[in-house]
Design a binder for this molecule. Structure first.
Ligand code: ADP
Ligand code: ZN
Length: 721
């Protein structure tokens, strides 16, 4: 399995649970997989699909994603196709023919197909080895995304009672889980539940004061990084998109009120890195599988914690560090409460209210945000510093804020409630500011009353009073502050107030820097050059850049600087197809870079060595079994049939065997002498590293198998050079 993982996907290790799941699938058990976004679910059926002899049927509700997955598989050398409403009848017919001829390993279909007359018949004409149900929660009315078409899946299951089914979802609730098992009619399924923690995401919740400036700072922190900004209303998405565009960012709005084609276009642009930022209502995201989203901002309060988790979950699928930031204000809270109070149905209203309550608890938390999220999802979480939320990174402490709050509120009232935080702080600190003098505010009793306080600390206090509803911020125009009814009551009744503030510790700032591992200390200049090359190739092929190589692969290249194919093949994400198709241009850029920067590149370069592959007895046994069958005189097709695995696998077994110095009897597989000699001389002329150019030279009359056999014979010295 590890062999194939590297050959097709370029990875050296499984992610948690993948190996167990795949073994069960290969043993033809039914299974249910619950894993968070980015957990690596697809591989759990894609790898078995390659190993099984027939076809794997994948049901997926997300049309945009299907194409993405199929393109990705093709880039990895796995023959795959899809059937959905975006195809013309001719295209559909072509895919169906390919499937019938056994040329596809994987076929993605939309659920509504399943009821079309003739489709069942078509399915019956195929040899189906595995059925994968992606986004399986869509079958449950309890889930957040019920799709009536998913109810057809039960019939599909009944039509193929012997074919194993694997259902996968990122929704973890027990109710949904039980519903999936029942509705699909899964047979004593193995249920796999992984942790829903997303270790590479940092969660921050901060007061919503000057949100636009804060946003701009966040964007600076992730230059060029794909970003999703969630806003409460359609109008707001458009406003923010314009504000960002005005400041030179590439940003587009996205909401359900926009034309369908326009939405699709925006989505496509985002996936292809033609637009950096999408400002969206929650309508955006379901069809988005972009692995390199670096920043998700909740500009307004989300409605539920579940929604917050799902939306932030769209960041960092590729496992690289990403930020999730939520802006929280008392004003937003009142807005939502008002909104909820208008819900007519009593039950619905109560539900919405208690959901909002959970969101507010999350925002007001003085303890680890991740711990709260995990417990909310029903997972036990140790009460330790998570190192990845604002509370843990910047611990806070409580203090008596009564006096300072009185001073700030009085200053606001005395200056006529017409100014923003900066001006209030100027007055409080007795600043020499000209406008303060012009307005005569230097004569007020509050002038200079907090001279001893740091201006940033004071601003933080003002923000805190806004967040807690003592000051109200005007949302339109210049952000001015006025004292709310609550603030007035506080002053009048001489109430006391406890607030929290960041604890001043010796080292507060970028704690996350400590966690940088060596792997990410890559050469950024080389990375940029490689990324440019990636974009160019992606544009030529009309696929998203991440399908050529993920950022992790480029980072490794910019760290290890491989100089030949052998070294290149050890990069994570480089399987045989990508080695064949892309190693040349990428190696060229790397080698030129090393030459141009010879003084330091050699020093920086950290040569990559093949990771120590665990020798898995099963693999060697499996290869030996293949060798024995072939040596007994079976053809590759017969051996595949006998073993119930694909011909491609048989071929890769033989190649591995010969590469390791093993021998296999090939005479019965050899083409005629005349053809053999032609093939041999083609290999000698072009080199034997790749089959494609040889095939191109000889023409379609020569089969891949023939070429492979002759090359095997050459390699094991059976034919004299
Ligand atoms: P999910 O469907 O669970 O959200 P995906 O299947 O899209 O997750 O996988 C998430 C990311 O992890 C993808 O970029 C994928 O290429 C990568 N990935 C999957 N399996 C592995 C592995 N064994 N090693 C390294 N990366 C992996
Ligand atoms: Zn934490």
């Amino acid at each position: 399995m590890l062999e194939q993982l590297k050959a097709y996907f370029g990875f050296d290790q499984f992610l948690p649970l993948q190996e167990d799941i795949i073994s069960k699938v290969l043993a033809k058990h039914d299974s249910l997989v619950l894993m968070p976004t980015g957990g690596g679910k697809s591989l759990c059926y894609q790898l078995p699909a390659i190993q099984f002899r027939g076809l794997t049927l994948v049901v997926s509700p997300l049309i945009a994603l299907m194409k993405d997955q199929v393109d990705g598989l093709k880039a990895n050398g796995v023959p795959a196709g899809l059937l959905n409403s975006t195809l013309s009848p001719d295209e559909s017919a072509e895919v169906q023919d390919q499937a019938r001829r056994g040329e596809l390993k994987m076929l993605y279909v939309a659920p509504e197909r399943l009821t079309l007359p003739g489709f069942q018949r078509f399915l019956r004409s195929l040899e189906i080895s595995l059925i994968a149900i992606d986004e399986a929660h869509c079958i449950s009315e309890w889930g957040h995304d019920f799709r009536p078409d998913y109810r057809n899946l039960k019939a599909l299951r009944e039509g193929f009672p012997k074919v194993p089914v694997i259902a996968l979802t990122a929704t973890a609730t027990t109710q949904v889980r039980e519903d999936i098992v029942a509705q699909l009619g899964l047979n004593k399924p193995d249920i796999f539940i992984s942790s829903f923690n997303r270790p590479n995401l940092t969660y921050t919740i901060q007061p919503k004061t000057e949100p636009l400036n804060t946003l701009l700072n966040l964007l600076d922190k992730h230059p060029g990084g794909s970003t999703i900004i969630y806003r409460f209303s359609r109008k707001a998405t458009e406003e923010t998109a314009i504000e960002l565009t005005d400041r030179g960012f590439s940003a587009l709005p996205y909401h359900a009120g926009l034309d369908r084609d326009l939405r699709r276009e925006t989505q496509e642009k985002f996936i292809r890195d033609q637009v950096q930022i999408v400002v969206a209502t929650i309508a955006f995201g379901m069809g988005i599988d972009k692995p390199d989203v670096r920043l998700v901002v909740h500009y307004d309060l989300p409605k539920t914690v579940e929604g917050y988790y799902q939306e932030t979950g769209r960041a960092g699928r590729d496992g690289l560090p990403s930020d999730c930031v939520l802006f929280y204000s008392y004003g937003d809270r009142s807005k939502q409460e008002y909104f909820i109070s208008n819900i007519e149905d009593d039950d619905e209203r109560d539900k919405a209210h208690s959901k909002l309550g959970q969101v507010l608890t999350l925002c007001d938390l003085q303890t680890c945000r991740r711990a709260y999220l995990m417990e909310y999802l029903g997972e036990h979480w140790p009460k330790t510093d998570c190192g990845g939320c604002d509370i843990c990174l910047l611990p806070r402490e409580e203090f008596d804020a009564t006096e300072i709050a009185q001073k700030i509120l009085s200053t606001s009232i005395r200056t006529g409630e017409r100014f923003g935080a900066n001006y209030l702080v100027d007055v409080l600190r007795g600043s020499n500011n000209k406008t303060v003098k012009e307005r005569g505010h230097h004569d007020l009793p509050v002038f200079g009353i907090s001279r001893d306080m740091d201006s940033n600390d004071l601003k933080e206090m003002v923000r805190s009073l806004v967040t807690n509803g003592f000051l109200t911020q005007q949302s339109s125009g210049y952000p001015t502050l006025s004292v709310s009814a609550r603030g007035r009551k506080f002053l009048k009744d001489r109430e006391s107030l406890t607030l929290t503030r960041p604890k001043h510790t010796a080292l507060t700032m970028p704690k996350s820097l400590d966690t940088l591992n060596r792997e990410t200390a890559y050469d950024t200049k080389l990375f940029d050059e490689l990324a440019a090359l990636r974009l160019e190739i992606a544009a030529q092929r009309e696929v998203p850049a991440y399908q050529i190589f993920g950022n992790k692969a480029l980072q490794q290249m910019a760290f290890h600087m491989p100089v030949d194919e052998q070294q290149f093949s050890n990069i994570s994400g480089v399987g045989y197809a990508k080695l064949r198709d892309f190693s040349r241009p990428f190696l060229k850029v790397i080698n030129e870079y090393i030459q141009a920067n010879s003084q330091y590149a050699e020093i920086k370069r950290v040569p990559i060595t093949a990771p120590k592959r665990r020798t898995v007895l099963g693999i060697n046994m499996s290869i030996r079994e293949t060798r024995d069958l072939i040596s007994q005189g079976l053809s590759m097709a017969e051996a595949a049939e006998e073993r119930g695995i694909s011909e491609t696998t048989i071929r890769s077994h033989l190649e591995r065997l010969v590469q390791e110095g093993g021998q296999v009897e090939l005479n019965h597989l050899m083409p005629s002498e005349e053809r053999r000699i032609k093939i041999e001389s083609a290999f000698k002329e072009i080199g034997e590293a790749r089959l494609t150019p040889v095939r191109d030279m000889l023409g379609e009359d020569y089969s891949w198998d023939e070429l492979a056999v002759v090359r095997l014979a050459l390699r094991q010295g059976q034919i004299d050079d």
